[in-house]
Every structure is written in C-alpha cells, then in structure tokens.
Design a protein around this ligand. Sequence first.
Ligand code: NAP
Length: 211
Amino acid sequence: MATAIIGTGGIGSAIARRLASGGETLRLSSADTESARTLAAGIGRGAVVAVDNGEALRGADAVILALRFSVLKGVVAEIASSLTGKVVVVPSNPVGIDEHGDISRLLPEGLSSGEVVSRWLPAGARLALAFGTLSADLLESSSNRSPQPAVLFYATDDDCAGEEVERLIRTAAFEPMKVGGIEQSGRLEVGGDLHDLVVGPAEAASLIGGA
Ligand SMILES: NC(=O)c1ccc[n+]([C@@H]2O[C@H](COP(=O)([O-])OP(=O)(O)OC[C@H]3O[C@@H](n4cnc5c(N)ncnc54)[C@H](OP(=O)(O)O)[C@@H]3O)[C@@H](O)[C@H]2O)c1
C-alpha cells in the first residue's frame, strides 16, 4: 500500500516519519520539492519524492493533505481529477498565523474545516479528518505508548475512509477512535474539546460520549 503526503512541513514530516516507521510506503510532494527531498532522505527507502502534487497521487490509495488551510482549496482544485475514489485525510486546522506569530481563526465560529473541505472535494472523494489533533512534537513523542496506546481521534462520513484511516493510525502506532461524522470534526480542531489531548482508549471513549 502507498500513501501520498502533500505538504512536508511540520505536521506532514511528523506523520511521514510515523507512517514510515510502521512500514508504509510514502509518495511525498511539497511546494518546491526541497523539503520533500530532505524528508525522504531522512526516511530512506520507504519514501519517494514526486515531481508534483498530481504525481504524488499516482498509485496511492490515500492522500494526506498536510497543508495550511489557506492553500488547501487551491491544491484540492489542482488534484481534483485524481481524487475520485481516493481516501483524503485532512489534518488542517482552520487557522492562520501572521508575521508576529499571532494565530487567528479563518472560519466563522461553529463552521469546521471538515465541513468546508467536504464542499471543495469532487464527488467520490472519501474524506476523513485525522492526524491534526496533536502538535507535530506531541505526535512523535506519544506514538508507541505503553501499556495503553495513545488515541488519535478521527471523523468521517465514509466507511471506506474510516477503515483506511484506522489502518494509517495503527501504522503510526496509535489507537484510532471515531468521534463521529464530519459534522463532529470541529471537536478535533484547535479550540475543540478533543484537540491536543494524549489519552488512552478508556478515557477517549468517555470523552467522546461525554459531549
Ligand atoms: N505543525 C503542527 O504541529 C500541526 C499539528 C496539527 C495540525 N496542523 C495543521 O496542519 C496544517 C499544516 O501545518 P504545518 O505546521 O505542517 O505547516 P507548514 O510547516 O507550513 O508546512 C506546510 C507544507 O505545505 C507545503 N505546501 C505549501 N503550498 C503547497 C502546494 N501548493 N503544493 C504542495 N505543498 C505545498 C509546504 O511546502 P514547502 O515545504 O516546499 O514550503 C510545506 O511543506 C495546518 O493547517 C495546521 O493547522 C499542524
């Protein structure tokens, strides 16, 4: 199985390293290919660099769009013709960062990244929101936790996407847990009650039920 990762910055790199250490074959692309090349060199044989975003999708079952929210719509439009039937995993939070490092929300309160991205995708694309609940550092440090694995929450309306994202989360050495459909994805984002939490399965299940 191969997974494409478009965007090899902070979170894309962390996801790639986690998946590669679980044995996943990766196809990487980034804006200027330099960061994708550096990442691939660090990973070794399990990762190849694609010449562009469209090429990254070739032969991949799933694509992870590890992109800032502000560029997501443009990249979705660029690769739309290749997304039908593909699992599309989005970790993006709907926030922007200005030159002073100040973070601001880019969507109205109550409207989630998942709900907006689902409108941008072509028919037949299988959307899941996942891998965006933890910072890149926390994602790397809380994988392979024992005796209880740490949970990564996800949201999807699509059963095939759910199966594939669960496989990817396990490959990354976490326990997957579905929070609900895309309408629940705001809980995973910055400001959501399930964001930035490192918890085991029992606590995760009670948090989901407690909302
Ligand atoms: N960083 C975290 O800890 C973290 C944690 C959870 C969720 N998130 C979310 O994940 C998203 C990405 O955050 P980040 O911190 O990883 O951002 P980042 O470090 O700025 O990385 C963004 C990546 O996107 C690539 N890119 C930009 N335009 C592109 C295009 N047109 N085609 C292909 N690649 C393109 C950049 O390529 P170049 O490398 O060539 O510039 C870069 O690799 C954000 O929405 C954020 O909210 C981040």
